[in-house]
Design a protein around this ligand. Structure first.
Ligand SMILES: NC(=O)c1ccc[n+]([C@@H]2O[C@H](COP(=O)([O-])OP(=O)(O)OC[C@H]3O[C@@H](n4cnc5c(N)ncnc54)[C@H](OP(=O)(O)O)[C@@H]3O)[C@@H](O)[C@H]2O)c1
Length: 336
């Protein structure tokens, strides 16, 4: 395999970001897309010189496709991933990879059985600024990290039937936005928390519209995290340590690290790229993993996704927030 041939399931907003970014990856090409709406698949495919498929099944069965990017709503990720793995396709799924930890464990087993690559698409973790952040922290540049403070808000007004407000599509701020503040805390502390406390405000539709969480990572290390729909606000992440602090402006799409070490002039590290290239770091990484016949990423392995998912499960349990039964309980019998 000289190049990885990619397909996309779900032709919505984020699928365009993937399709634009893949054009910047030399070892990867987009060759097919599938939608529940065949007109949408056809017009999307025409924009990117790919083939449109009338169903997810038809794309998954296509022998020329090596890997599939899952870009539909949260409630559908489990079935779409299972379909692709069953047809021996490697999979990169948009976040959250599933709606709960049980489903993720189930799909991890399936991927192992099928000897296929599987990863959750948290593009932030592959950005050069985040890789540099990890390097600076491992060098102890601000000493022991004491706390992380991060928020992600999405302004706008969404009707009750919008996927973000709808429990049937596993909507709510946590799975769409809150996963990023949790992930940046996970990048910094790289371990499971000891204790989680939180408060939530639910929308009339019953999903979490906004919430705040305080996470205790033990050893005097804390994270203060929040996410909100229908709210605007700064999306900086702050990392406080014993010798200074780090600010990541717009941390989800981080292009800059600001480093403030006590009694020293501030330093800045810049990493420039265009919006059309947002996912190129993630796609290039996954493509290399597939070419090298790896079944998991060394940057974002399934156990790391599980650690983040366990936090989201705990928060939802505190909020008594369950999606519909068929969404929460989807499961595949794996032959041992
Ligand atoms: N990485 C990021 O920065 C980022 C940003 C935004 C979203 N996301 C993630 O990307 C995924 C898709 O988000 P998006 O913003 O692209 O969503 P979207 O444009 O609203 O929808 C994506 C696709 O999901 C299906 N869909 C949408 N609404 C539906 C509904 N009410 N019922 C059934 N199916 C529906 C459709 O698939 P078909 O075309 O097959 O009909 C649609 O094309 C989610 O997992 C989300 O969390 C990631």
């Amino acid at each position: 395999m000289a190049k990885v041939n990619w397909g996309i399931i779900g032709c919505g907003n984020i699928a365009h970001t993937f399709a634009k970014s893949i054009a910047h990856c030399s070892d990867a090409q987009l060759i097919g897309v599938a939608s529940t709406n065949s007109d949408r698949a056809t017009s999307f495919a025409a924009q990117y010189d790919a083939t449109g498929y009338e169903s997810y099944q038809a794309l998954a069965q296509c022998p020329n496709i090596d890997a599939i990017y899952i870009a539909n709503t949260h409630d559908q990720h489990f079935n779409a991933i299972a379909l692709c793995l069953t047809h021996n396709k490697h999979v990169l799924s948009e976040k959250p990879i599933t709606v709960n930890a049980k489903q993720l464990q189930n799909l991890s087993e399936l991927a192992k059985q099928q000897n296929c690559f599987l990863m959750e698409g948290v593009w932030m973790r592959f950005l050069p600024a985040i890789i540099k952040l990890q390097q600076l922290l491992s060098e102890g540049i601000i000493g022991k990290v004491h706390s992380v403070n991060a928020n992600l808000s999405l302004p706008g007004s969404f009707v009750d039937t919008h996927r973000l407000m709808n429990p049937a599509t596993a909507g709510g701020a946590l799975l769409d936005l809150g996963i990023y503040p949790i992930s940046i805390a996970d990048v910094v502390f790289n371990k499971a928390p000891e204790q989680i406390k939180s408060l939530v405000h639910k929308s009339v539709t019953g999903v979490d519209e906004r919430s705040v969480a305080i996470i205790d990572y033990g050893n005097g290390q804390f994270a203060q995290l929040s996410s909100a729909l229908q709210q605007s606000g700064p999306t900086d992440a702050l990392i406080y340590g014993e010798h200074g602090f780090i600010r990541l402006p717009e941390f989800v799409s981080a292009k800059r690290i600001e480093l403030y070490i006590n009694s020293q002039a501030a330093q800045q590290f810049d990493f420039d790229f265009n919006d059309d290239e947002n996912f190129k770091f993630e796609i290039a990484h996954v493509t290399q993993c597939i070419l090298q016949k790896q079944t998991q990423s060394s940057v974002l392995g399934l156990s790391t996704s599980l650690r983040v998912m366990n936090i989201m499960d705990s928060l939802r349990a505190q909020w008594q927030l369950q999606y519909s039964r068929n969404v929460e309980s989807a499961e595949l019998k794996i032959k041992k």
